[in-house]
Design a protein. Structure first.
Length: 430
C-alpha cells in the first residue's frame, strides 16, 4: 500500500516518527508534505494545501493520506471529499490503532486494542448522534446513519473489556507475588521505541538460559526481537538475568511514543503494569540522538511513568558506541535535570554493561541478612540448596551435626527460611 504523509504544525515539522509509524503499519511512503498554520475548522489544513495533497495522492496513486495530527470526523469527511476516489484519510491515532491491531497476539493485547478502538470511537458516536438529532439528517456530513443505542453499546463493551482486563491484572499480580516469593527481583525496561531496549535485554540475559518452570514463572520467553521498527510487539518479553548476587526477572515492554492522549495510554495500562509494579525501572534513552530529541523523549517517558510508577527509576543512556566521549559528556550535562546520574552503556557492543549490573544491585530494595543454625539432616540440605537458589549465601560452615548458614535475601525469602528452619529444629527435638 502506498501513502502520502502530511503534518500541520505550530513549531515542530519533524516527520520521522509518523513515517516510521506508517512503515510499521505496512505503508510505502511515497511523498511527504508539511504546513505551518493554525488549524482550519473545516479542513484541518488550509484548503489550498488539501488541494495540493489531492494532486499528490493522484500522482503517486496513493491508497491513503496519513496525517500526523488528530483530525475530527467532520474535517476527515471534508478532506476525503477532495481526494481521489478510494484514498482513505488516516489520522495519527487511527494509524497507531491499526498498528496495535496488527501486533496484538495475546488475549490481553487484543482486549487492550479493542478497548482503545472503542474509546476512540465513543466521542465520534456521540457527535454523530448529537448532530443527526439536531439537523434531522441521518448520515449528515458522511457520518452514516445514527443509532442512539450505539453509544450505550460502546459503553457496555468498554465495561465488559475492563472487567476482563481487571481479572487478567489480578492473575498477573499474583504471578508477580509468586516470583518475588521465589527470590526474584522484578526489573522493567521502559523508554521510547527504538531506544535499544530489546538489545539491552538480550545483553543482560545473554549468559543465562531461561528457566521455564511453569510452577515459578510460566510465561517467560527466551527470545526478544531487536528490530528497527516501531511496535514490534504489544506483549512483554521476560528473561532471567544475574547481576552478581541477585537474580532478576527483566521485562521489556512496548516502547513509548510522543503525543499519546491519556485515553490511549490508559487503554494499555495492563501491558504497562509490568513497569508500574516493578522493583526497579530502567528508563532507556538513545544517546545517539540530538539533545532536543532526547529531552522530548525523556519528558514523554516521565509523563507516562511518574503518575503511576511505584519503583525507583534509573536512566540508561544506550547506544554510546555511536557517540564520542565529548558529545556524551555534553549531553549528560544538558539533560542532568531530567536524567541525574545516568548509566551510559552500549547494549550492542557490551560497553559498561557490568557497571549497569552493579547499579541495578545498588538501586534494588535492600535485602535482609540472616544467620541460621540448622541440624544436619537430609531435609536440611534441601533447605540449604533452596537458600542458595533464592538468596545470596555469605557463609556456610559445617560443625559436627550442625550447619551454619549466613545469607542475604528478600524479606519474604528470609521469613520462609526461618519457618522451615524452625520446623527442622522441632523435628530434631521430637
Amino acid at each position: 500500500m502506498k501513502a502520502v504523509v502530511a503534518k500541520r504544525y505550530d513549531s515542530d515539522a519533524d516527520l520521522s516518527e509518523i513515517v516510521g509509524l506508517a512503515d510499521a503499519a505496512g505503508y510505502d511512503v511515497a511523498a511527504t508534505r508539511t504546513q505551518k498554520r493554525t488549524e482550519d475548522a473545516a479542513f484541518h489544513f488550509g484548503e489550498g494545501k488539501v488541494a495540493e495533497l489531492a494532486r499528490l495522492c493522484r500522482r503517486e496513486d496513493a491508497d491513503a493520506l496519513i496525517c500526523d495530527n488528530e483530525i475530527g470526523p467532520y474535517q476527515k469527511f471534508n478532506v476525503g471529499q477532495k481526494l481521489p476516489e478510494g484514498v482513505e484519510v488516516i489520522d495519527r491515532f487511527t494509524l497507531i490503532l491499526e498498528i496495535f491491531g496488527q501486533r496484538a497476539q495475546t488475549r490481553k493485547a487484543q482486549l487492550q486494542v479493542e478497548l482503545a478502538e472503542l474509546r476512540y470511537e465513543l466521542p465520534r458516536a456521540e457527535a454523530k448522534t448529537s448532530l443527526a438529532k439536531r439537523d434531522e439528517r441521518p448520515g449528515f456530513m458522511g457520518l452514516g446513519e445514527y443509532d442512539e443505542s450505539r453509544e450505550e453499546d460502546i459503553k457496555a463493551q468498554i465495561s465488559r473489556i475492563r472487567d476482563e482486563l481487571d481479572r487478567i491484572a489480578e492473575q498477573e499480580e499474583t504471578r508477580r507475588d509468586q516470583r518475588r516469593e521465589s527470590g526474584f527481583d522484578l526489573v522493567a525496561l521502559a523508554g521510547y521505541t527504538n531506544a535499544g531496549k530489546s538489545t539491552l535485554l538480550r545483553r543482560l540475559a545473554a549468559d543465562l538460559d531461561v528457566d521455564e518452570n511453569a510452577d515459578r514463572h510460566p510465561d517467560l520467553d527466551d527470545t526478544a526481537e531487536s528490530e528497527d521498527r516501531l511496535f514490534t510487539t504489544l506483549g512483554t518479553t521476560t528473561r532471567r538475568a544475574d547481576t552478581g548476587k541477585r537474580e532478576i526477572l527483566l521485562t521489556d515492554t512496548v516502547g513509548f511514543i510522543s503525543d499519546l492522549p491519556h485515553w490511549l495510554v490508559d487503554s494499555f495500562h495492563s501491558t504497562l503494569a509490568s513497569v508500574y509494579h516493578a522493583d526497579l525501572v530502567l528508563l532507556v534513552v538513545d544517546a545517539s540522538e540530538s539533545v532536543e530529541a532526547m529531552r522530548e523523549k525523556l519528558v514523554t517517558s516521565h509523563d507516562t511513568l511518574y503518575e503511576r510508577n511505584e519503583a525507583p527509576i534509573v536512566t540508561v543512556f544506550n547506544k554510546t558506541d555511536r557517540v564520542d566521549d565529548e558529545e556524551l559528556r555534553r549531553k549528560r550535562d544538558a539533560l542532568s535535570s531530567l536524567a541525574p546520574n545516568p548509566v551510559t552503556v552500549s547494549g550492542l557492543a557490551g560497553d559498561n554493561v557490568g557497571r549497569l549490573r552493579a547499579r541495578i544491585e545498588d538501586e534494588l530494595p535492600d535485602w535482609t541478612s540472616e544467620r541460621l543454625l540448622l541440624p544436619l539432616a537430609d531435609e536440611t540440605m534441601s533447605l540449604v540448596s533452596w537458600i542458595h537458589d533464592n538468596g545470596h549465601v555469605t557463609r556456610e560452615e559445617y560443625d559436627g551435626d550442625h550447619v551454619e548458614v549466613g545469607f542475604e535475601a528478600r524479606p519474604a525469602i528470609v521469613e520462609q527460611a526461618r519457618s522451615r528452619a524452625e520446623k527442622l529444629r522441632r523435628q530434631e527435638v521430637a
